[in-house]
Design a protein around this ligand. Structure first.
Ligand code: 5GP
Ligand code: ZN
Length: 132
């Protein structure tokens, strides 16, 4: 059973795209292994992890990519950055400086983006990793 909130609980915060994979995951229409969620942020494990710890942080609203953010998103993005560090430790990344983690936001085709709903990869854990 999904731990996600139903779609009507976040639609008041902004746009969702019924055809978007990650909007469907936020809505619980596609199951995911949920790490964390609040009113505006949803975090779940990547289905094909590159590293021992690999989760994705997304806004619940449909923002296609980091190329689409504006001043109105500064608070949201700041909260995602602060949360990344906390969740990395919670999910098993070792502490800085021997441990640590990597953030990545592929943006656009040349940036390697495959799912067009803004997401931040958080990867960590002991080396070697599948990629990187
Ligand atoms: P991108 O290449 O767009 O930066 O990353 C998209 C990520 O989403 C990939 O790492 C991929 O493994 C992950 N992904 C794609 N489909 C699903 C899915 O249905 N569930 C989960 N949990 N992750 C997915
Ligand atoms: Zn979306």
């Amino acid at each position: 059973m999904s731990l996600s909130l139903p779609p009507q609980t976040h639609e008041h915060l902004g746009h969702t795209d019924p055809d978007c994979l990650f909007c469907k995951i936020v809505a619980g229409k596609i199951p995911s292994k949920v790490v964390y969620q609040d009113d505006e942020i949803f975090v779940f494990h990547d289905i094909h992890p590159w590293a021992p710890v690999h989760f994705l942080m997304i806004p619940k609203v449909h923002i296609p990519s980091l190329a689409h953010v504006g001043d109105e998103h500064v608070g949201l993005l700041g909260r995602m950055m602060v949360l990344a560090s906390k969740l990395a430790l919670q999910e098993g990344c070792n502490p800085y400086p021997e441990g640590g983690f990597r953030l990545l936001s592929n943006t656009g085709s040349e940036g390697g983006q495959e799912v067009h709903h803004l997401h931040i990869h958080v990867m960590g854990g002991p080396r070697p990793w599948l990629k990187g």
